[in-house]
Design a binder for this molecule. Structure first.
Ligand SMILES: Nc1nc2c(ncn2[C@@H]2O[C@H](COP(=O)(O)OP(=O)(O)OP(=O)(O)O)[C@@H](O)[C@H]2O)c(=O)[nH]1
Ligand SMILES: [Zn+2]
Length: 199
């Protein structure tokens, strides 16, 4: 049974990178996930794709604690450059624990814990995200083959488990800075992220 309740209409979304199509998928928890796309996604060719987890602080407020805002910008730019692709903006704030709890975790990190330890201290898994709904959204958008822009192998594995063919991974390393250095190193050492310090 799909978690998607409803897909809204497609509208135009002009951005600094170009004009995208935007459509919203409402899930059974009434979370509204956005898909920004360009070009024909239904022609059977692999789609350049980004699954982006919501990060209010990084995406909208310019936080340097993480790399999210930089990755969001870079992914949209890459799709626009090719003229074809999709970005799934998933409402998985704080790796699924929500904004309130993410900032509680930030406070613990200010006191010396790393990003994984902070989640565990609060009684959450280090990463509470699942990608089955992303696979459903992709199918509904008309594609099952992707070139995925990510450094997180868990996303690739989970998508494959849910019937999406990940033809290739494209690294997405942007925005490394003194404020997120430890955070990125912990993602590499404890969460298996494929980071090669390209920035
Ligand atoms: N709980 C928690 N969530 C965080 C923290 N920092 C960033 N996030 C959230 O983590 C999510 C982004 O996940 P990341 O681990 O940065 O990257 P990823 O999506 O797994 O992997 P990429 O595809 O390579 O970007 C967003 O939802 C952020 O809000 C943190 O310290 N604690
Ligand atoms: Zn972030």
């Amino acid at each position: 049974m799909s978690d998607i309740l409803q897909q809204g209409p497609i509208a135009k979304l002009p951005t600094k990178h170009g004009v995208f199509d935007i459509t919203i998928f409402r899930d059974k928890n009434l979370l509204d996930h956005a898909v920004l796309s360009m070009g024909d996604l239904k022609d059977g060719e692999p789609v350049l794709c980004r699954i982006h987890s919501e990060c209010l602080t990084g995406d909208a407020l310019g936080s340097l604690r993480c790399d999210c805002g930089f990755q969001l910008d870079a992914a949209l730019a890459k799709i626009a450059k090719v003229g074809r692709g999709a970005l799934l903006y998933m409402r998985q704030e704080g790796r699924g624990i929500g904004l309130f709890n993410k900032i509680r975790a930030y406070r613990l990190q200010d006191e010396g814990l790393d990003t994984v330890e902070a989640n565990l201290r609060l009684g959450f898994p280090s990463d509470g995200r699942h990608y089955d709904i992303c696979a459903d959204i992709m199918r509904q958008c008309g594609f099952t083959k992707v070139i995925l822009m990510t450094n997180n192998p868990a996303k690739i594995d989970d998508l494959k488990r849910h019937g999406i063919e990940v033809i290739a991974r494209e690294a997405l390393e942007y925005g490394r800075n003194p404020y997120n250095e430890n955070y990125l190193n912990t993602k590499e050492s404890k969460m298996g992220h494929l980071l090669h310090h390209q920035d």
